[in-house]
Write a protein that binds this ligand. Sequence first.
Ligand SMILES: [Zn+2]
Length: 456
Amino acid sequence: MLLQRITPALLAAPLLAACGGSTAEARPLGVVLLTCDTLRADRLGLYGWQAGTSPRLDALARESIVYEDAWSTAPLTGPALSALLTGRLPEDLGLGDNRTVLAAEAETLAERLAAHGVETAAVVSNWVLRRRPELGDAGVQQGFAHFDDALPESEPSRPDVKERLADATTDAALAWLDGRSGARPFLLWVHYQDPHGPYTPPREMLGDIATAADEPELPVGPDERGQGALPRYQVVDGERRASVYRARYEAEIRFFDRELGRLLDGLRARGLLERVLIAFTADHGESMGERGYYFSHGRHLHRELVQVPLLLRPPGGAAPPRRERVPVSHLDLYPTVLRLFGLEPGTTHGVDLLAAAPPADRILPHSLRGTLAATGSHHRLLVGPEGPELYDRQTDPGEEHDLAALHPELVQALLDGHQAFTARKPGAPLRPAEPVLDEEARRAMDALGYGGEDGH
Ligand SMILES: [Zn+2]
């Protein structure tokens, strides 16, 4: 197919139209997609948390559209971010865990934009997102002309698992901004890793941790799973009190937030902040001990693992800050970004969030290894091997009182809504790229915690 190239001048018109107009000086120039790993929405000030975890994000929220009811499609890094970057459901991409990798046949947001002359760059700091040369063109790097997956650090308790800390992540993003030509519109994706375990924030982020003298100690689990016990890789200094790990998790958020703020300052200093769309979200949440599941994710589809922060700061600050309560999904970012660049998404699961509010009666899907969940405005449905579970979001936000037996009609309505959403296919189902592992390598991955319920 002959790919039509469009110029920055042509791009500016739809960008401006989407944002309600602006001055020539504030001509929109691109999109900065910021994602953070393992970040619960409810631990951020902008969603009501009072512990001072996110002053910079809170300030950004005051200039943005804040989505109060935003959801990931899956509680694992690879499936969730592959879905975000393609606008397709993890199950349609064939992605059930972090061992599978986005197929080369997938058409990503970056590929579509690059084909139309947009400069594309990514800085990712999670081991799961690294480029995999042994898998050919498979992976989330598809379409990014610049893909920086330098991971100079080792996780403290898993030396084979590499990562990059927030300060180095921001440095890498700023370095790319300084090296770009400046003439073309751009997409920059930056993925921060820090709130992911093990929770080892810089000392100055930790402060004093208040603990109760009689707090019981958790057992240390035999593996990385965290059900009824601390995941092995999370244990720091032999500590076994949950409250200490909760404080450490918040300190990781504080560190990430400081460095995110430094990137925003860098955009402002370079005259870019008012000329780009800032989109911010997390790939998934983290369990803080709900349901006896400690400091991990990837085990189930309850709220704490799939509800995420999401905000959009339009170019030029043209849209007045506001808060939206309708359910929105990572899948909405694909059409939103494409339309901002003047491109049509085609058949899509998502809604262009800058053009119209999604319908309030929307049912959003989530999936994990053959189980599914559906989120509506009033109820959530989880369907696993033991059958359906139904929760009232208003009276039971913690999802502790299963109403499925009492309200089979609501179970059916949510299943119907889930079916209606997922039936609209943007493309044929894909088979994931999968590393060819011999049995020994597979066992080694499982031991590291990357086989299935891996918390990454
Ligand atoms: Zn993740």
